[in-house]
Design a protein around this ligand. Structure first.
Ligand SMILES: NC(=O)C1=CN([C@@H]2O[C@H](COP(=O)(O)OP(=O)(O)OC[C@H]3O[C@@H](n4cnc5c(N)ncnc54)[C@H](OP(=O)(O)O)[C@@H]3O)[C@@H](O)[C@H]2O)C=CC1
Ligand SMILES: N[C@@H](CC=O)C(=O)O
Length: 411
């Protein structure tokens, strides 16, 4: 019998405990042993829960209990999650987590500690909720060079954008609904400002390219400036707006890593990824494109990924060596101003069209229903981010107000 502990009895933690009970027999068969939740660590008591008798408040009870071999850290945040995870790994216990903030910031260090102590630090649930993506990257695709990764990595923002596009729901109503459904982070700023997607693309890039990519190195934009007008112009262009995280190895050896909203063509598989679903495209040299799709947030999808890791820990003979990357120098990621993109621009001002042509060169005009004489929208050809920024500044100084500027990407 394998005794485990769950730290954090919130959305994900309660899902883990429930799933462990619900699918007890098949989990036992696959793990080769019975898996029993001995402790649930949380700040609060849960007197109405059927698991109330297992709730504890003292971390040391888990740390010092030799019967506990595997711990699920599903509390979130950097501290005390980092100190607890370190102490557990040093005590020879495997740790599994859904905490992408911690993995993105301290992954290299925690993986090295796990290796040093012959145990595992697994984090399938940290990217894509219930979608298997970590294991496929370091196991099934291990023979490939990964050319590029691009994906819709945040369920909350994809849910909000879908509600805005399909139901003309306001941003704030859609966010409130995502929170109610348990999709959003404790502080939803991390979702809507892109930091959550940034943490996830950092984890994928670290795994794919072998060096730790830190969130603070990555240019990140969220969806808070996307308007219903932008959504309508995107439709005329032939696509939809999605929050995209992308990573690519450049010829210079540096990595291009970035998070931003983007217009994606209706022909792209990513354009049909709606609601809380995530879609992750991995472009590899032997396989070509592989797309991973499924629910990117929520109680049971995420619990499924956490339980998968618990089962792997129960079966593992020592550390799984393919799941590892090294700590990196600060210059792993290239300057985002050198990255190429086309842009969609919505602006207002006299002679807006002439100014747009003189600042951006070749453009294609876009339209939306109704009369909007005071507004002009267009898409440009591909150019560097530096040139886009200079052209925007020039438009502003020529008296044309830029209302929106969103990249167009070709995936
Ligand atoms: N929700 C989702 O769909 C997904 C979440 N994740 C990640 O999983 C993690 C957990 O998310 P989620 O379950 O939604 O969050 P919740 O806020 O629902 O759950 C976290 C739980 O941990 C408790 N907790 C916080 N700090 C401590 C502490 N120091 N000691 C003991 N318990 C503590 C919280 O208590 P209290 O409420 O009193 O603060 C809460 O009950 C986060 O890292 C999140 O990013 C990953 C994928 C999907
Ligand atoms: N807040 C996150 C939860 C899962 O990682 C999201 O919405 O994707």
């Amino acid at each position: 019998m394998k005794k485990i502990a769950v730290m954090g009895f919130g959305v994900v933690g309660s899902g883990v405990v429930e799933l462990c009970d619900k699918n007890k027999e098949s989990i036992c068969g696959r793990a080769g042993d019975e898996i029993v939740v001995k402790y649930i660590l949380d700040l609060r008591d849960f007197p109405d829960s059927p698991y109330a008798d297992r709730v504890i408040h003292d971390f040391d009870t888990i740390l010092k209990d030799p019967e506990v071999e595997i711990v699920a850290e599903v509390m979130g945040g950097l501290e005390p999650a980092f100190s607890y995870s370190k102490a557990l790994l040093c005590a020879g216990k495997s740790v599994v987590t859904s905490n992408k903030e911690l993995v993105a910031q301290k992954g290299a260090e925690l993986l090295a500690l796990a290796h040093e102590h012959g145990v595992n630090y697994l984090f399938e649930a940290s990217v894509g909720g219930g979608i298997p993506i970590i294991r496929p990257l370091h196991m099934c695709l291990a023979a490939n060079q990964i050319d590029e990764i691009a994906g819709i990595l945040n369920g909350t923002t994809n849910f909000i954008l879908t509600k805005m596009i399909r139901e003309s729901m306001s941003f704030s109503d859609a966010l409130a609904l995502a929170q109610k459904l348990g999709y959003a982070e404790k502080d939803p700023t991390a979702d809507v400002e892109g930091q959550d997607a940034c943490r996830k693309i950092c984890i994928l890039a670290s795994l794919a390219y072998g060096k730790h990519v830190y969130p603070q190195e990555v240019h990140t934009e969220g969806i808070t400036k996307v308007t219903l007008e932008d959504v309508q112009y995107a439709e005329d262009w032939g696509g939809v707006i999605k929050l995209i995280g992308r990573a690519k190895r450049l010829e210079s050896g540096k990595l291009m890593v970035m998070v931003s909203p983007a217009l994606i063509s209706h022909e792209s598989q990513l354009s049909t990824v709606d609601d809380v679903f995530n879609g992750i495209l991995v472009r590899a040299d032997a396989t070509g494109d592989v797309v991973f799709y499924g629910k990117g947030a929520g109680k049971l999808p995420t619990a499924s990924a956490v339980m998968g890791d618990i089962i792997d820990c129960a079966k593992a003979q020592g550390t799984i060596e393919s799941l590892r990357w090294t700590d990196s120098q600060a210059d792993t990621v290239g300057n985002y101003e050198d990255y190429p993109a086309g842009v969609y621009v919505r602006c207002r001002g006299v002679h807006a069209k002439e100014t747009a042509v003189s600042c951006f060169g070749n453009i294609r005009t876009l339209h939306r229903g109704g009369e909007h004489d005071d507004e002009f929208a267009f898409v440009t050809e591909e150019m560097t981010e530096r040139r886009i920024a200079a052209a925007r500044r020039q438009m502003q100084s020529d008296g044309v107000e830029v209302l929106s500027c969103i990249r167009t990407l070709d995936y």
